[in-house]
Write a protein that binds this ligand. Structure first.
Ligand code: ADP
Ligand code: MG
Length: 382
């Protein structure tokens, strides 16, 4: 992985920095700039070293060049964060010679997502150096995240990208033990590769969220109307078998919180057990499971959490995720959270700054753990 230092002298040079500024807007303004602030150290270091910046990011999934997908509000916030003027360049043919330029939404260019070499070369021609700090997009093989590297002479990862990769690699190679992982969220099929790796590398794996349902089904329990991804059941069955459950590393909740709908003002039932009756859904872990899971967090030295362990968006089903989040925040060891919704939960609980590392790339960090290639990283590896 080539780092910023490897670029050497950048004074007076134009550096194209691929950032992931795909942030939520509200009323034409950036609503949450957490992701942007994480890339500021890279931009600041390059500016301090005398470089001129050309910032490139995608924003949403435009079909055409719809104005609501313009990066204009993002350019404005970047200017506030850096304390310098940021000029928005409408397209590649019209890039002004300012100190900091932001190119309009790169997905307005038809060749971006298809990784068209012509677009990659045009991007490369706009700068002397290329830096990728968009870890959250590094699992995509797009012109601005991967293709461009071939056409520039000097390229490197930014500080955020580097810290993300270093953290995951450290977790996977030499974690302080016991190493506990907590896997929740919705889709087992998406995350089974990660669970498989953790069956090798972690000491314990707590299961929560909708992810629990296929595991319960694989064990022969009834799950009522709980959200259940059917292809997940076979994956769960294999994982349980590989793990020699219940004598292995996997731990499932022993009680559940049930409701009939996803809502805050619906009747809630506590199930002392895991056989969900017809008409009901499991939407959170119960209090005994919560106590057990929090105790497991306390007993571990290194903890990785991906995926909310309940439908945390509703207060009635947030207790499990909140208890885990608080236990992580209070933990003195290494605490890492990856995943879009798990990160959002940490922020919603106001605990995002109390853990060791909050990943800006849910999909990318899972790919890295799983051992799948990240095109954006491969392009910048020696
Ligand atoms: P992440 O983005 O952190 O990887 P996922 O996208 O896999 O997480 O899953 C997040 C979603 O899972 C949330 O919208 C949450 O409401 C939902 N969820 C969690 N637990 C349950 C559950 N028991 N039943 C239904 N949905 C759930
Ligand atoms: Mg998600």
């Amino acid at each position: 992985m080539r780092t910023l230092d490897s670029l050497g002298e950048v004074d007076g040079k134009r550096v194209l920095v691929r950032v992931d500024f795909n942030v939520p807007l509200q009323d034409g303004e950036v609503r949450d700039d957490a992701r942007m602030r994480r890339a500021i150290p890279t931009l600041q270091e390059l500016l301090d070293r005398g470089a001129k910046l050309l910032l490139v990011s995608h924003f949403g999934r435009p079909k055409d060049q719809e104005p609501e997908y313009s990066l204009a509000p993002v350019a404005e916030r970047t200017s506030e964060l850096l304390g310098v003027e940021v000029v928005l360049a409408p397209d590649l043919d019209d890039v002004p010679d300012a100190d900091v330029v932001m190119l309009e939404n790169i997905r307005f260019q038809p060749g971006e997502t298809s990784n068209d070499p012509e677009l990659a070369e045009r991007l490369a021609d706009l700068a002397d150096y290329y830096v990728n700090d968009a870890f959250g997009t590094s699992h995509r093989e797009h012109a601005s995240t991967a293709g461009v590297v071939e056409f520039v002479e000097h390229s490197a990862v930014g500080l955020l990208f580097q810290s993300e990769v270093d953290m995951i690699r450290q977790l996977m190679s030499d974690p302080e033990r016991p190493f506990l992982t907590i896997m929740g969220g919705a889709k087992v099929t998406e995350k089974i590769g990660v669970i498989d790796r953790f069956l090798d590398l972690a000491d314990k794996i707590l299961i929560g969220g909708a992810m629990t349902t296929p595991f319960l089904r694989a064990l022969g329990h009834s799950t009522g109307d709980s959200l259940c991804e059917d292809e997940g059941i076979e994956h769960a069955r294999k994982a349980l078998e590989r793990d020699d459950y219940p004598n292995g590393k996997l731990i499932l909740p022993e009680d559940l919180v049930l409701a009939q709908e996803f809502s805050d003002d619906t009747e809630v039932r506590i199930l002392n057990g895991v056989d969900v009756p017809d008409g009901w859904m499991q939407l959170d872990i119960g209090s005994r499971a919560r106590t057990r899971y929090v105790a497991e967090v306390r007993d571990a030295e290194t903890i990785f959490w991906n995926g909310p362990i309940g439908a945390y968006e509703h207060k009635s089903f947030a207790a499990g995720s909140l208890a885990i989040a608080q236990a992580l925040a209070a933990h003195p060891g290494t605490t890492v959270v990856g995943g879009g919704d798990s990160g959002a939960a940490m922020r919603a609980f106001g605990l995002a700054d109390s853990i060791t590392h909050l990943s800006t790339g849910g999909g990318a960090s899972l790919k890295l753990i799983e051992g799948s290639p990240l095109p954006g990283l491969e392009a910048l590896s020696d």
